[in-house]
Ligand binder design. Sequence first.
Ligand SMILES: [Fe+2]
Length: 200
Amino acid sequence: MSTEASSPAKKQGAAQVQNTNGRKPVGGKEKVSKTLNELFVEELRNIYSAELQLLEALPEMAKAAYSEDLQDAFEFHHQQTKRQVERIEKIADRLRMSKMEESTCKAMQWLIAECVQVIERFEESPVRDSALIIGAQKIEHYEIASYGSLRELADVLGYAKIAELLDRTLEEEETIDKNLSLIAQDINDDAYELEHEKVY
Ligand SMILES: [Fe+2]
């Protein structure tokens, strides 16, 4: 087991996610006071769920891609995602977190559902690839926001090694997002040209 949880900032938390100071229920829900560490732990569980969902979705997205470049990008990101999941597990291990699978990232469920709708409703074409890239970039932006925030929290909490691991994933997400933008330029041109040929 690692030493990440040994500094004062780390002792306050390592995976203690009890909700204390319960307040009056509002709309049936009890408000609770949370520490930064508890927030970090919750967000980490959330992105873990998001990555696991994406791990399942990416092969389907790769299969659906019309362009070889896009297919390669999705396949490559699938391999990256496996490593990203392992990184989160390493972080959870350092913080002695358990029950990592108990959260479900609803945002990722919706984002993936959008991609599935594209696959189901669009016939295979460059336009479908454009729509898939829009869906994939929405996913990437969600991940970039999550990892960026987690990385900042890790910094404040004094989790230097964890911040490093999060940084590595953040860079990968930013790179794939830029790569998708580049692929989109060609695909959008192809889609436009095909439409142009059809009309005239
Ligand atoms: Fe990811």
